[in-house]
Design a protein around this ligand. Structure first.
Ligand code: F6R
Length: 260
């Protein structure tokens, strides 16, 4: 696991976009794991800018979103399939056929979750998984207590997460209680996990993820078991890290060829 502490979200977005860009140049039909929420937005803005100005090409890429609310009608502006289309894939030349998310309206949710896992596997797995971090340590919608080996499945949201996400809805009552999410085991299978977290409200979760024990109480701590995880944080989100100076030193002295 590499922890990179940067002055702000602009530098974080540029570094995450560099990783996506170098992957796409190496492998134009790469599989991207796409997160929603506020944290990855500046990364998507930067990728859209590179597409517009530098011709960064997504035409052969594939996208799998992390999670979806259960029970929002198709086309609901806050369903994650709409959010990812609006915030990212429609702003670059992603083929809409190549973007898929878990089905939160399936009649048979367990079967739809299995089909989603099969679809990811059939594409050869996720090359780069972008992640945000919940204030309670969730990644995807794997809330505290999630099995570290879990696969795509239905989950209940913790009230804190519903309150955190109420800003996207007209009221808290509209925030669904259930979601379908890639599991922690699914996320662990990605070849490179890039997590973005900013702001003091994420400091405790960042500490628990990086320096706490690997434990279901902080689901993101499972990334300590990931063979290639990059944790990109600003100073506020890094403020509870004990080894912050060591992470800074390591990043500052990293050989230039190494990339993220
Ligand atoms: C959304 C997702 C969630 C968010 C997390 C942080 O697809 O996977 O884990 O990344 O809730 O959300 P923000 O970035 O809005 O603080």
């Amino acid at each position: 696991m590499e922890v990179v502490i940067l002055p702000g979200i602009r530098q974080i977005a540029a570094l995450a976009a560099d990783a996506v860009e170098s992957l796409l140049r190496r492998k134009p039909d790469a599989v991207l794991g796409l997160a929603t929420g506020s944290s990855p937005l500046p990364v998507y803005d930067e990728l859209a800018r590179r597409h517009e100005r530098g011709g960064l090409d997504f035409s052969r890429a594939y996208g799998f979103t992390l999670d979806e609310y259960v029970g929002l009608e198709p086309g609901h502006p806050e369903s994650y399939s709409e959010v990812i289309r609006r915030d990212f894939t429609s702003r670059v030349n992603f083929d809409p056929q190549n973007v898929r998310g878990p089905d939160g309206n399936a009649e048979d949710i367990p079967a739809a979750c299995r089909a989603y896992e099969d679809a990811i596997r059939a594409r050869g797995g996720v090359d780069l998984q972008l992640l945000g971090l919940g204030t309670d340590g969730h990644i995807g919608f794997n809330e505290p207590g999630s099995s570290l080996a879990s696969r795509t499945r239905i989950k209940s949201l913790i009230e804190q997460t519903r309150r955190d996400n109420a800003r996207f809805f007209r009221s808290l009552d509209e925030v669904p209680h259930h979601v379908v999410t890639q599991g922690l085991g699914t996320i662990l299978d990605s070849r490179h996990a890039v997590l973005v977290a900013t702001g003091a409200q994420k400091a405790q979760a960042v500490h628990d993820l990086v320096e706490g024990p690997v434990a279901a109480i902080c689901p993101a701590s499972v990334l300590q078991l990931h063979p290639h995880a990059s944790i990109l944080v600003d100073e506020a989100a890094a403020s509870s890290l004990k080894l912050a100076d060591y992470y800074r030193h390591t990043h500052d002295h990293k050989p230039a060829w190494q990339g993220l």
